[in-house]
Ligand binder design. Sequence first.
Ligand code: VGL
Ligand code: ZN
Length: 214
Amino acid sequence: MRKQNDANLGASNTALLVIDVQNDFCPGGHLAVEAGDIVVGPINQMIAGAQNVVATQDWHPHGHSSFASSHPDKAPFDAIEMPYGTQTLWPDHCIQGTKGAAFHKSLQADAFQMIVRKGFRQAIDSYSAFFENDHKTITGLDGYLRNRQIDRLVLAGLATDYCVAFSALDAASLGYKVAVVLPACRAIDLEGSLAAQITAMGNAGIELLEYVPN
Ligand code: VGL
Ligand code: ZN
């Protein structure tokens, strides 16, 4: 069902949180998400109507511990045990300063008021915009949003089942009101991860919007 303007992006207490719309997650990139680039149009439309816009940028050093290439005998999409828990291994992607780590060229990145870089510590990955994968190390975004008296977040970007979902779930557990705009997200979908994360987000009280709010 189509709802009218639920996301209310023009409100001063609300921020649009644009997750990882970077070349490596788009077609032709090193960890391409199917049709990842189609999120750019709807996100630009939302940016145009938003008062507050924050973005994340996956930002790994060479040889990052989340890369399969850093582990002998491992292949991309294998899982390994890290001191902080199970970690999926990825193709090398979003290496600091490379074209793959840059935002998609058509994304209205000039509108970003704050860019949170994550995954820059060699030994730990970070899917969420709030906490690294140990669920303890903070990125600082919560403090920034609180300082700006923002308590509602509308998320969109890549990938639905990893960085978008982890960010949305952490935001909900931190007490934010959270919505995810599904048509402005695309998933990696490893072994049912999309369905699992959609269920988890629903259970956490996250609003799943099926349309692009204007
Ligand atoms: C992401 C896997 C590895 C994402 C980032 O942005 O969803 N997924 N690094
Ligand atoms: Zn990454």
